[in-house]
Write a protein that binds this ligand. Structure first.
Ligand code: 13P
Length: 300
């Protein structure tokens, strides 16, 4: 079987367009969007204050030589990038990738960790202490593939999030709804639950080390990117959630990345949305050329 490299955007366009047309109108329950969200969405001042982060999630792809050369390409591409850049490499390559990134501004991320101990008899597990010791700047928590394939519950995601922060590493907390949930108007409820449970025990100070990645599950590896309108409206909801549950200052400052079939062709219009502060990129982060183009998206 050919290994599945997600997000290689070869989807027949007419079908994608048809599907987006089907998904987009069903996309959200506008009534559920608090008024504050739309007001904030138009606020360029807040946008200019925020950092942006483009991160590649290599998932279970690459072999060592490829990982090292890809990291070198990213290091080069990041030189001119207008934003922060990171790569979430597979565990066995973290040290080699760290070396390849030396002297560059590219941060190193891991894709998962074990939450319940720093060391001990946990065969196959990787602690946050280990990740820190190899120089990780970020760890993902709650990626939809961890939730769906490995059974990470919201409680486990919360435990990992807290452990990552306690270790002094930044946590990229991933949230996102399934296609059925979007179609039935449940998107905001799902995101509310994932945020409420995932961030339990995370106080205002700890929020500085959290990045949110909104990744609609139906857009991951499918070539079906959310339209900028769908993505923006959902990001505005997520930002309003932080206003309601934390404060205006935290809502203004939290980085909310979009993820799901981001590529060199669609990145500019997605990044032009006022509440989108970067991207978490799967398939298109596996090729130096496309990830370089994404890191150097054109500001609109
Ligand atoms: P794709 O970019 O391949 O859709 O993957 C997105 C993703 O899951 C990043 O974490």
């Amino acid at each position: 079987e050919i290994p599945r490299v997600t997000g290689v955007q070869t989807c027949a366009l007419p079908i994608c367009k048809m599907l987006s047309a089907v998904i987009a109108p069903l996309s959200w329950n506008a009534a559920a969007l608090p008024a504050s969200a739309s007001a904030r969405a138009g606020s360029r001042a807040a946008v200019d204050m925020r950092e942006m982060l483009i991160a590649g999630n290599w998932k279970m792809n690459t072999l060592l030589p490829e990982a090292v050369s890809l990291a070198k390409e990213v290091a080069e591409a990041a030189k001119n990038s207008p934003c922060d850049v990171a790569v979430c490499a597979p565990l066995p390559y973290l040290t080699a990738v760290k070396d390849a990134l030396k002297g560059s501004k590219v941060g190193l991320g891991a894709q998962d960790c074990y939450a319940d101990a720093d060391a001990g008899a946990f065969t196959g597990a990787t602690s946050t202490a280990m990740l820190e010791s190899v120089g990780c700047d970020y760890v993902l928590s709650g990626h939809s593939e961890r939730r769906a394939i490995f059974g990470d519950s919201d409680e486990m995601v919360n435990a990992k999030t807290l452990k990552i922060l306690k270790q002094g590493i930044k946590c990229i907390l991933c949230i996102g709804e399934l296609k059925e949930e979007r179609e039935s108007g449940e998107t905001f409820n799902v995101l509310n639950t994932q945020l409420t449970k995932g961030l339990k025990g995370v106080d205002d100070k700890m929020m500085k080390e959290i990045v949110i990645a909104y990744e609609p599950v139906w857009a991951i590896g499918t070539g079906l990117t959310a339209t900028p309108e769908v993505a923006q409206e959902t990001h505005a909801y997520v930002r309003s959630w932080f206003t309601e549950n934390y404060s205006d200052a935290i809502a203004d400052n939290v980085i909310i990345q979009y993820g799901g079939s981001v590529n060199a062709e669609n990145v500019d219009e997605l990044m032009a949305c006022p509440d989108i502060d970067g991207a978490l990129v799967g398939g298109a982060s596996l090729k130096g050329e496309s990830f370089s183009a994404i890191c150097n998206f054109k500001k609109k």
